[in-house]
Write a protein that binds this ligand. Structure first.
Ligand code: ATP
Length: 144
């Protein structure tokens, strides 16, 4: 009984979807929030077919997978949403969100626009936060 009440409470915590232009500071804000409030938030670790960058950890920053493997997972219906960005596939697995929700923390997703549109078709019912770059100059300089 107690367990099912707890499950009900946990599943009613609405996830947060962070979105905005790449290089606009989403990851920085996210990492800061996780660091300052480790008991409150947990990141939904996406799958991607892009190569890991220096310092990125498999299973922590992303699940780095070959494209055929990810396409197979998509076909099996294992993803809540997926999108193509910069020639690579990105996706949120149902398991990634479930794992966070089971922990009782607020699930945070960092996804680009197409992913947001796809999330809106699901019953995840998150709160959406759009991170805008302070200015076009700062956005451009973040890529230089
Ligand atoms: N599951 C997902 N679904 C859709 N988009 C995703 C997903 N996971 C990540 N993304 C988005 O893919 C884009 C590229 O992410 P990536 O980490 O490769 O580059 P980045 O430029 O470092 O991203 P960021 O905007 O976090 O700085 C980002 O906008 C990110 O929000």
């Amino acid at each position: 009984m107690l367990l099912s009440v707890k499950r009900l409470m946990v599943s009613s915590i609405r996830p947060i979807v962070l979105s905005g232009p790449s290089g606009g500071g989403k990851s920085t804000i996210l990492k800061r929030a996780m660091k300052d409030h480790p008991d409150a938030f947990a990141f939904s670790v996406s799958h991607t077919t892009r190569d890991p960058r220096a310092g990125e950890v498999h299973g922590s920053d992303y699940w780095f997978v070959p494209r055929p493997e990810m396409e197979q997972m998509i076909d099996k219906g294992l993803f809540l949403e997926h999108a193509q960005f910069g020639g690579n596939l990105y996706g949120t697995s149902k398991k990634a969100v479930n794992d966070v929700q089971k922990s009782g923390k607020i699930c945070v997703l960092d996804i680009e626009l197409q992913g947001v549109k796809n999330i809106k078709k699901t019953d995840l019912n998150p709160k959406y936060i759009l991170i805008r770059a302070p200015s076009i100059e700062e956005l451009v300089s973040s890529f230089l």
